[in-house]
Design a protein around this ligand. Structure first.
Ligand code: F6R
Length: 235
């Protein structure tokens, strides 16, 4: 794992966007894995700016998102479909047919998970996966547990995740307790990975992930075994 410290959140965002843009320039037909949450917002804004400047072209890109809340339709303002549209997809020339995000209102979630995993395989696997990290060390919604999950699955959110993400939901809004998430195996099969983290509340998870034992109690620690993973962070 390569560990890079950025000077500030603005610097982290710029560097992360440059790494992603380089991937797109090197392979304009890249299959990209995207993350949501607060951390990538700056990087997505930078990517949108690079697109506006003509530096990067998303027309050949295929994208898969890490996860989606189970119970939220694509039009829900807290859904990750909505987030991706607002923060990246509506600002670049990605082909809407090439965007995949788990369906949060699938009637048969098991089938949705199996199909999602299959569509990643059919696309030839993920070339580049962007990740954030939870305070509890989760990546995607792979929460601390007894095993490393392999494939896309329906999962319960850990209580720390529920409290961390409740900030996005208004007083009257009910936050889902489940999500569909790529598995640790799905993430580890990506050819290259960039994990970004910002702020003091991620410091403990980061240090355990980088220096601690590889254990499903700290899901991000699996990345120690990935052969092309970069961790980029700022205080
Ligand atoms: C989001 C995701 C999560 C977040 C993590 C950090 O798609 O899969 O693992 O990356 O919860 O979220 P922020 O960036 O909001 O601290």
């Amino acid at each position: 794992m390569k560990v890079i410290k950025a000077m500030s959140y603005a610097d982290l965002s710029k560097k992360a966007a440059i790494v992603m843009a380089a991937q797109i320039i090197r392979n304009p037909k890249s299959v990209l894995g995207f993350a949501t949450g607060s951390t990538p917002l700056g990087a997505y804004a930078e990517l949108a700016r690079m697109f506006a400047d003509g530096a990067v072209d998303f027309s050949g890109i295929v994208s898969f998102n890490l996860d989606e809340y189970y119970g939220l339709a694509a039009a829900h303002p807290q859904s990750y479909h909505y987030y991706m549209r607002q923060n990246l997809f509506s600002h670049v020339n990605i082909n809407p047919d090439n965007i995949r995000i788990p369906n949060g209102v699938a009637v048969d979630p098991e089938q949705e998970c199996a199909e999602y995993e299959q569509s990643i395989q059919d696309a030839g696997g993920i070339d580049f996966q962007l990740l954030g990290i939870g305070r509890n060390g989760h990546i995607g919604f792979n929460e601390p547990g007894e095993i490393f999950t392999d494939k896309t699955h329906l999962t319960y959110l850990a209580s720390d995740t529920l409290s961390a993400n409740s900030r996005f939901f208004g007083p009257g809004e009910k936050m889902p307790t489940q999500a569909i998430s790529m598995g640790i195996g799905t993430i580890m099969r990506a050819k290259s990975i960039l994990l970004i983290a910002s702020g003091a509340d991620k410091a403990d998870a980061l240090s355990k992930m980088i220096n601690g034992p590889v254990t499903p109690q700290m899901p991000a620690s699996a990345l120690q075994y990935h052969r092309d993973a970069i961790v980029m962070y700022c205080d």
